[in-house]
Design a protein around this ligand. Structure first.
Ligand code: 3H9
Length: 674
């Protein structure tokens, strides 16, 4: 194997360069190479200073996550960073791309840091359920202050080089030639002593900072182990010398990396990347160019879908049937952009730029030159088939025709055209401009290049896309069904909506099944006959308790939409229990979990068995990005692995549910889904 580290002398400056594509992860070979090169620089009398830089698209993006859990070869990253800092000759980090995690820690250990203005720096370890374990919790507060360090290390989002410079994390911004500027910088500081060593600094901290930070972010950090541990490490070590502080950091790192949460979050990191790969479609498949997109329907969904493309600089033609609806739709898009600008997350000219790419029209014929058309009208097969029939006559050959259906049979929709190979489902989640998930539904006839094009496009509009097969509700909504059905049955048998929801929220979901019904609309899918009352939902809907929009659903809501338990709902439930004579029992938390979550896992197993998802980890990605499943539990299938598949099977059997063959087989063989 070729050495990923090379060194070259530029006069009296040794430039040490890493070339370990794709992201210069700090693998065993990279760490060993850097240690060797620094050592060589120290022993070479003609070298007065050194530069550490990277080739390719980025500075070190962190420790090599694939090496976690494997035997560690020396030098470990903590040892390497200390060796860099201990160098008697100045070392300059030349940063481009993303200096993340261990990469940022290498930069912190260097005596000077120069960055390309486009570079970003960050400590994303928290997103992998761990903490910066190579001195990051110690050097960063010393260099850039406690508050900056807390932000960076507990939230994991990188900052621009400019912001890093303002905070003291970067010393200089480079011009057009980073390496030349870094070499010049190294030469400039070659004789300056003492060397600035981050570990030798002190931490100044105002009283109350840590508690205030915990309080402000309590909601965001709820359920996660890593942010709490990071805050504690920085707090407990603020007044300690580096050597002691770094020991506390090490202990915290080891505790977190051995935990289930970190395993779950690392699983999600790789699952997300794997999801974009289509098993039977080669990676080099020729893609169709998508220069212009058409969206049919300017309602909430159509508007949100359009925004994804406008924000990515792709022109959109949006079609409605009535001028009023069209105006309302485009007005909402503008309002959303302006709200983003008001929060400072967009410049006014960017708002105008995005709006300038939007062409509203009442004529379907205007979609003739679109490369992709997404239909986002209401869920009725007849309507969808008629639209696709029309699109077939209007759209140019080779255009991709997509439906945003959340349940319907994409094969049947495709059959209403003469080009089923160009048809697929693009199931966006509401609000479509915000939610990261895109289920890409592959019809029986969908051409491989159509699928590959849409998966690639998903990345451009910053979505996490998962391929699903045609079945009722695809992956996400199909798994939601047993959960909602069981939640409702539990009400009949003695549980309250508050109790079921509380168990789900404590599990880590953003909301429980009944809170979700109230948000989505209790009337969704209701038959609309107030005299036909067959279940509790019918009774609520008949009384106009349609959820948050009516200030009444499974809960009562005040004008700020704060929920409270509803005595009327309790009455309705009681009436139903009596009417149906359903035997009552005390419903435990365990039963709620088994009946509403184990059944989801079982449905996931059926989906896999039927080949409607490519892999278990895809199902996990759907639930994390589409429904807010807590990442620290790794998605339903990963979570099932941690519970133990035998336990899941036993729980299902206890309540008389049929068990999916795949689940039973895996349980019997002692296997896992992931
Ligand atoms: C750490 O540093 C711990 C230390 O504090 C202490 C240690 C003691 N390792 O995302 P992409 C792969 S923890 C191994 O599609 P992009 C990735 O799987 C680390 N592999 O590219 C993918 O492989 P494939 C802290 C990695 O341009 C390929 O590279 N650092 C790593 O959209 C391309 O990735 C992080 O958490 C890695 N560290 O985004 C940073 N990173 O092609 C994690 C990536 O086979 N990385 N791969 O699917 C990222 O955030 C993004 O990859 C990055 C590039 C922004 C760098």
């Amino acid at each position: 194997m070729t050495d990923p580290i090379t060194s070259a002398k530029d006069g009296d400056v040794l430039v040490i360069t890493s070339n370990n594509p794709p992201v210069n992860a700090l693998s065993n070979a990279v760490r060993q190479g850097i240690a060797r090169a620094v050592e060589a620089g120290l022993t070479d009398d003609t070298v007065k200073a050194m530069v550490i830089a990277c080739e390719g698209r980025t500075f070190f993006a962190g420790a090599d996550i694939t090496e976690f859990g494997k035997p560690m070869q020396e030098p470990s990253l903590p040892v390497l960073v200390d060796a860099i800092e201990a160098s008697e000759k100045p070392i300059v980090a030349a940063i481009h791309g993303t200096a993340l995690g261990g990469g940022c820690e290498i930069a912190l250990a260097c005596h000077y840091r120069i960055a390309a203005p486009s570079a970003k720096l960050g400590l994303p370890e928290v997103k992998l359920g761990i903490l910066p374990g190579a001195g990051g919790t110690q050097r960063l507060p010393r260099v850039a202050g406690v508050e900056f360090a807390l932000e960076l290390a507990t939230k994991g989002d990188p900052v621009t080089a400019g912001k890093a410079k303002d905070a003291g994390l970067v010393d200089r911004l480079a011009g057009d030639d980073l390496i030349a500027d870094a070499v010049a910088y190294a030469r400039e500081v070659a004789d300056a002593r003492p060397l600035p060593r981050a570990s030798e600094g002190t931490v100044t901290v105002e009283p109350g900072v840590f508690d205030a930070f915990r309080k402000t972010n309590a909601k965001r950090f709820r359920g996660y182990d890593a942010p709490a541990e990071i805050i504690s490490v920085i707090e407990e070590t603020a007044s300690l010398p580096y050597a002691e502080g770094v020991q506390r950091e090490r202990n915290g790192f080891m505790k977190l990396i051995m935990g289930v949460q970190s395993a779950a979050q690392r699983h999600i990191f790789f699952a997300e990347r794997k999801a974009s790969k289509i098993d039977d479609v080669p990676e080099d498949t020729q893609l169709r160019p998508i220069r212009k997109v058409g969206v049919i329907g300017a309602g909430t969904m159509g508007g949100g879908i359009s925004m994804n493309f406008l924000s990515a600089g792709i022109p959109v033609t949006i079609v409605e049937m009535q001028q009023e609806a069209l105006d309302r739709g485009t007005g909402t898009i503008r309002k959303n952009y302006e709200a983003t600008a008001a929060k400072g997350r967009m410049k006014p000219e960017q708002v105008e730029g995005a709006m300038g790419l939007l062409t509203p029209t009442l004529k379907m014929e205007d979609l003739a030159d679109c490369d992709l058309v997404i239909e986002a009208v209401y869920e009725e097969m007849g309507v969808k088939k008629s639209i696709f029939g029309k699109l077939d006559t209007i759209c140019k050959q080779g255009a991709i025709l997509a439906s945003n259906t959340s349940y319907l049979d994409v094969n049947e929709i495709a059959a209403s055209t003469s080009r089923p190979q160009d048809v697929l489902g693009m199931h966006f989640f509401s609000p479509a401009n915000v939610m990261k998930l895109l289920e890409v539904v592959r019809g029986d006839a969908t051409a491989p290049d159509v699928l590959a094009t849409v998966m690639d496009l998903a990345k451009k509009i910053r979505k996490v896309a998962v391929v699903a097969g045609v079945c009722h509700g695809f992956i996400g909504n199909r798994m939601l069904m047993p959960r909602q059905v069981e939640a409702m049955k539990l009400l009949h048998e003695g549980a309250t909506p508050e109790q079921v929801d509380r168990v789900h929220v404590e599990f880590g979901m953003p909301m429980g099944p009944f809170q979700m019904s109230d948000l989505a609309g209790v009337d969704i899918g209701w038959h609309r006959d107030p005299n036909r009352i067959e279940n509790i939902r019918d009774a609520l809907a008949a009384e106009g308790r349609w959820g948050q929009k009516k200030s009444a659903g499974f809960y009562d809501y005040d004008e700020k939409r704060t929920p409270s338990n509803s005595p009327r709902v309790a009455e309705i439930i009681e009436e139903f229990r009596q009417k149906t004579g359903t035997p009552q029992h005390e419903v435990t938390e365990e039963e709620i979990i088994e009946r509403t979550l184990y059944t989801m896992v079982n449905e996931g197993a059926l989906i896999l068995e039927e080949g409607k998802a490519q892999r278990a980890s895809d199902i996990d990605v759907v639930w994390i990005y589409g429904y807010g499943w807590p990442p620290y539990r790794g998605g339903p299938m990963f979570w099932a692995d941690t519970v133990g598949l035998k336990t899941i099977v036993a729980g299902l059997e206890k309540h008389g549910f049929p068990v999916a063959k795949l689940l039973r087989d895996k349980a019997e063989k002692g296997e896992r889904f992931n």
